[in-house]
Write a new protein. Structure first.
Lengths: 157, 615
């Protein structure tokens, strides 16, 4: 069974533990500037919203890559950048409709979320449950349950 | 390691930016942030210096845990000689700015001299330069931050800056970052403004990587986060209610200073409490509170984000105030509310927004308005000079004064001087509820006796963040003591003061100490920095920092005579509540405190104390 990152922005406090966990996992440093998940701060409304790659099935980045540097991890379904193949042409960054694959100046390659091989560090670090890693077929489960709770099926007197 | 290992020195007179290696011996002896920056400051600055002269310096400093995955590891402090107090000042802030400075590769920035014209410092990793700020001068905090981001075409820049209050010379002006996080007290923003320094804009992409024992550090920080999550205060109370959880509690125990400390209980406390912030309004059916929010790295998330009722008189037809922003925290809700007898929650939220928008301390501001209202009721101050009737309880007077003080207009210019100077000017210095020129926060020391000693001996003037014995005397953390007695409080105050100095120097938030003791901080510091940071060593460092600050104040001219409380708290008994009939018993605690500290009767460090602490 594949899993997906499920993001519930209502629970996000903007602590950036996920960004630090991501950069630590991939680069060994605490550095939000190198994180593959990003928290957006809508200060006028007080909302903090995590955003990252959703691992499209027909991934634009993968199809656009001229050197086939993006492969599917069969176990997790993640679209993974092969660093030794990537030439840093950035065509994938143009192709991605969501902006979730980006160039890294220090390495000359692109980076994107690879689900940490099936144990995403961001989800493990999130203190509020705003980022969880759940059954890929049931990312709507929590929201369904919230609506289900509103259904009134008791017989009326 | 965990320190970046270098500091940025900015000579504002010459316009130069120079990189220096961090003094690692001092880092071992003073950790970082408050301790380490104060060490630099006291070594470099003449204690007698006029706070607003070019000879005063001002330092922005991070701790070794700032910018790491340690919970709440995003703090920074601003260290200088305080404009309000003339004492050593160290104001601590959260938000994201501190971590950004560390990510850019700097432990601290030391500013010296004065710029001939308005400037702001722009830092992009190793590169730092002073840029013209003529175009920013006169702008509020809320206009400055977006303007800098737009100019550099970089929304990820973090900004620490002053608003119009500091420019206008308000003596308790704050440094604000991320729009509503504040290094709020003692007038650190005023000093920044006196140097023609408008802002520090930082973009850091290098990260924090030189952890001594990364695996040990991840284990230690994970365990410490669990302690916070499992604790009732840090795991439930603070995220849900924020520091405002205290309003009803402190009122019930008769320690909520009301109407310039005339009373110790406020009949409107429930209207301005955490519970009131959750209550849907009659007008639009929505509560004032929008959400809670965290600072960088914080797994507590006590921050309050509120939205003012669009139909409230303060913001009618003013959509610029209809957005969600920071507040109310407990201290601000008290100072703007109970201290003035005002119970209009929307008005308090608006006044707090104005404090953030233009950068001034709501505690000193609110408490000064309390003194103004008392002088008004006594007939000393008149409606004609104030521009408004200023009876206790008047929300309109409060918000009017906030608007004036923000820009240094009208009577706001005088309110911006703080209660000590204002009450002295009008012949009633006893009505200033302050120590060393700084106004009290939200705990009456007749109802919480230990706080009287904590206030009287606080190195930055009256303050709750130097020795928060409320934790023990009211909340029972780490052990419950009786708030109405003086016995044992000298030792309690000293223990809190020394431990707090370590929290403030590590890069973490003091609020963790509702759940953590130094025994929880120690493994994080040791795995990040050096195994020389044992628990015993941290205790000694805390005591060393406290005495270093004290020694600077002594050399600046403060003595035992300044370790006192306003006459009202020493002679006018509490009228109601559990503390009814009590004054503060400072004289019963102070001699024992000096003895425990190893100070002589004038409050100076004895030679053997200096030797023991390596000062």
């Amino acid at each position: 069974m594949q899993k997906s990152l499920y993001i519930n922005a209502d629970k996000c406090t903007g602590c950036l533990q996920c960004e630090m966990a991501c950069s630590y996992e991939n680069y060994g440093v605490f550095n939000p500037a190198k994180s593959r998940i990003k928290i957006f701060d809508f200060d006028h409304t007080g909302r903090k919203v995590p955003y990252t790659c959703t691992q499209c099935d027909e991934a634009w980045c993968l199809h656009a890559c001229p050197v086939e540097a993006i492969k599917v991890d069969a176990a997790t379904g993640a679209k993974v950048v092969l660093d030794d193949v990537c030439v840093g042409c950035k065509v994938c960054t143009i192709a991605c409709p969501f902006g979730t694959i980006n160039y890294v100046q220090d390495t000359g390659k692109v980076q994107k979320c690879d689900l940490c091989g099936g144990d995403p560090a961001c989800a493990a670090a999130c203190p509020t449950g705003a980022i969880t890693y759940v059954d890929a077929d049931w990312t709507g489960l929590e929201r369904m349950k919230q609506w289900a709770a509103k259904v009134d099926n008791q017989p009326r007197a | 390691m965990a320190w970046a290992g270098k500091i940025l020195r900015v000579d504002l007179g010459k316009g130069t930016c120079t990189s220096e290696p961090l003094n690692m011996k001092w880092a071992r002896d003073y950790i970082g942030q408050r301790g380490l920056a104060t060490k630099y400051f006291t070594e470099e600055v003449d204690p007698k210096v006029d706070p607003l002269s070019p000879q005063n310096k001002i330092i922005w400093a991070t701790g070794p845990l700032t910018g790491t995955m340690a919970s709440t590891g995003g703090r920074y402090s601003v260290i200088t000689k305080g404009a309000l107090t003339g004492a050593v000042a160290c104001s601590n802030s959260g938000g994201y700015w501190g971590a950004e400075l560390k990510m850019a590769g700097w432990d601290m920035i030391v500013f010296e001299g004065k710029s001939p014209k308005p400037v702001y410092l722009y830092i992009e990793n190793d590169n730092a330069k002073l840029l013209d700020a003529d175009w920013l001068w006169g702008k509020s905090v809320w206009d400055t931050e977006p303007a800098i981001k737009a100019k550099h075409q970089d929304p990820q820049i973090r900004v620490s800056c002053i608003g119009r209050a500091a420019e206008a010379g308000c003596l308790y002006a704050a440094v604000i970052n991320d729009l509503h996080r504040a290094a709020g007290r003692s007038g650190v923003g005023t000093v920044m403004g006196s140097k023609n320094l408008k802002a520090i804009a930082v973009r850091g992409t290098k990260g924090v990587g030189n952890i001594r024992d990364p695996k040990g550090f991840m284990k230690a920080t994970t365990e410490a986060k669990k302690v916070l999550a499992d604790n009732a205060v840090t795991g439930q109370g603070l995220p849900k209610f924020g520091t405002q959880v205290l309003m009803n509690v402190i009122n019930e125990i008769g320690a909520l200073p009301t109407r310039n400390h005339r009373d110790v209980q406020f009949e409107g406390a429930k209207d301005i409490s955490a519970e009131a912030m959750h209550q849907p309004r009659k007008t639009d059916g929505k509560p004032t509170l929008v959400t809670n929010q965290a600072c960088f790295g914080c797994t507590i998330a006590c921050g309050r984000i509120s939205k003012i009722d669009e139909t409230h008189y303060t913001v009618q037809n003013r959509p610029e105030y209809w957005g969600a922003s920071g507040g109310l925290e407990y201290e601000a809700a008290w100072a703007l509310g109970a201290a003035n007898g005002v119970k209009d929650l929307e008005a308090l939220t608006y006044a707090n927004f104005v404090c953030n928008e233009d950068g001034f301390d709501p505690i000193s501001f609110g408490a000064t308005v309390g003194a103004v209202m008392e002088l008004y009721e006594m007939g000393v101050l008149k409606k004609e000079q104030l521009g408004i009737e200023a009876l206790f309880g008047s929300a309109k007077a409060l918000t009017y004064f906030a608007e004036l003080t923000a820009k240094g207009e009208g009577f706001g210019k005088e309110i911006g001087l703080g209660s000590k100077r204002l009450t002295a000017k009008y012949g009633h210095p006893d009505l200033s509820m302050s120590v060393k020129g700084q106004e009290f926060p939200a705990y009456d020391s007749r109802g919480i006796q230990g706080m009287g000693l904590a206030y009287a001996t606080s190195n930055r003037g009256a303050c709750h963040l130097r020795g928060y014995t409320v934790a023990s005397e009211v909340l029972g953390i780490p052990v419950k003591t009786d708030p109405l007695v003086t016995e044992g409080k000298a030792g309690l105050v000293k223990a809190f003061q020394d431990a707090t100095a370590v929290f403030d120097s590590a890069g973490v938030c003091l609020f963790t100490s509702f759940a953590w003791t130094l025994a929880n901080v120690q493994p994080q510091l040791a795995t990040a920095c050096t195994d020389e940071f044992t628990l015993e060593e941290l205790n000694l460092i805390g005591e060393r920092i406290w005495n270093m600050e004290r020694d600077f104040n002594n050399r600046a001219g403060f003595s035992s005579e300044d370790d006192t409380l306003p006459k009202r708290l020493l002679t006018e008994p509490a009228k109601t509540g559990p503390a009814k009939g009590l004054t503060n018993g400072l004289d019963k605690m102070l001699p024992e405190y000096y003895q425990l500290r190893g100070w002589d009767e004038k409050g100076h460090l004895k030679p053997e104390t200096r030797a023991r602490l390596g000062l």
